[in-house]
Design a protein around this ligand. Sequence first.
Ligand code: GLC
Length: 557
Amino acid sequence: MTVSETPWWKDAVVYQVYPRSFADSDGDGIGDLEGLRGRLDYLADLGVDAIWLTPFYPSPLHDGGYDVADYRDVDPRLGTLAGFDALLADAGGRGIRVIADLVPNHCSWDHPLFRAALAAGPGGRERDLFTFRPGRGADGSQPPNNWPSAFGGPAWDRAREVPGQPGGAGAPDEDWYLHMFDVSQPDFNWHHPAVVAMFEDILRFWLDRGVAGFRVDVAHGLFKDATLADTPSPERSHAPSGYYHQPELHALYRTWRKIADSYPAATFPGPRTAVGEVWYDKPSTLRPYLAPDELPQVFNFGFILSPWDAASVRAAIDATYAMSDGSQAPWVLGNHDVVRPVTRFGSPAAARATALVQLALPGSAYIYQGEELGLPEVLDIPDSARQDPTFHRTGGRRIGRDGCRVPLPWSTSSPSYGFSITGSGHSSPAWLPQPTGWGTYSVEAERDDPASFLSLYKAALRLRRSHPALGGTGALRWLDADAAGPSPIRQPEGTDGRPPKGQLHFRREPGFELFANLGPDPVPAPPHREVLLASSPLPDAGGSALVPPGTTVWLAV
Ligand code: GLC
């Protein structure tokens, strides 16, 4: 298949699949690659250009697979390498590309390199691939520095406490090792050339198999300040620090870009991409990652961090749009790490309205599985069923991310609401419990309902493809009091305790306007020829459309 050399990723709609929660083909209650392969028609019908698969590699699953024990294989519970190839082929047959998740900051404590490092003992050269250090204090019983783990507690643990560590032989193992996430996720030492070389091989391994690119996990991590000096504030933040946003990252990403660009662009899947998960404190921290010879893309988390009011949503759009259009910084409403939009924005209506804002912006958009069904966050998972290390490392103070990872409902009926699609009908319960009533959000329930989330997403994605102003990277122009440019929007603050009033109104050429009413009162739609799509039903107001609160409309003008 020949494809245009204009990078497809610039305006792609990418669907994020969390494989263990998408579809289960063998009834063990765990989603797998074969389950996904069986549901590709659903994704083709939805109208996505690519899927991003979160990790499917062999893993002891202490962090949902982001603890990788082998970077070049498929976890046997999820499938095989041959099954992965078949998935790629079948997806490609539908014009759907596959993006793999690369986890370079850390591996699993079950990775053979870490096991070899443990076995080597203090001073062993194998330890140089990670960060092992003696502890502080007279007896070395304090961690080597004050860095915090993202999941709570210190970023260090003692080597001798790793389960399965033989110990006993030779000198006692007094070393600590660095893990910026879970204790089971030792950080690689990116200053070591063998680590750099290994990941170049891993990139090529998957690119040779035909992936269209990578999502790069914790792309602002990897290199650590070699002095390992204490951080002034032991509170974990996304600001530049000894463990985030180190300058060496940029040369690394220039190398990775060259590797990606060395694959032929003229045949499917087209120019390869890599999209970095870069969390940042302010736009200036993100800016260096947008250099044209580094990773093609970084996520734009503005919507995830924004409260749901017009001024904040507009500020979130403007902040990144001022530096780069959405082609380099795809728009994201949610993912497997954050509270689902329906719950975060406060209502299904708010999530629908925001989805239409997201999908009308220039550039690329990512949809996390289940957003198109309007799944809410599941808040009442029993403690005993919770899996996220954040929950366990904070003694339950932070509830963790399980609530957005509950297996998808495909049908209205039990067991597992169609998540397990075995011929026999028998299946184990889903690996995370699905709440009662989950079937009302199922694909079966929503497919033929014109008022459903699924119908809204399908209509929006169809229009994105067919309307000449949508999709693509053509600019947007704000149409309001501040239309001159990305200056802060002026919105009157509510004086009676109600949220501030506000609307979003922009135009894209030719002939498209988006109007979102995020204020408390209905407002007339701006002049238009036709309402192309509305996130909620519009009341009939005698010929002129009245846009209810919490509603976005797409207008032909
Ligand atoms: C990223 C992933 C998250 C994981 C963490 C550590 O933030 O999205 O799920 O826990 O990295 O790998």
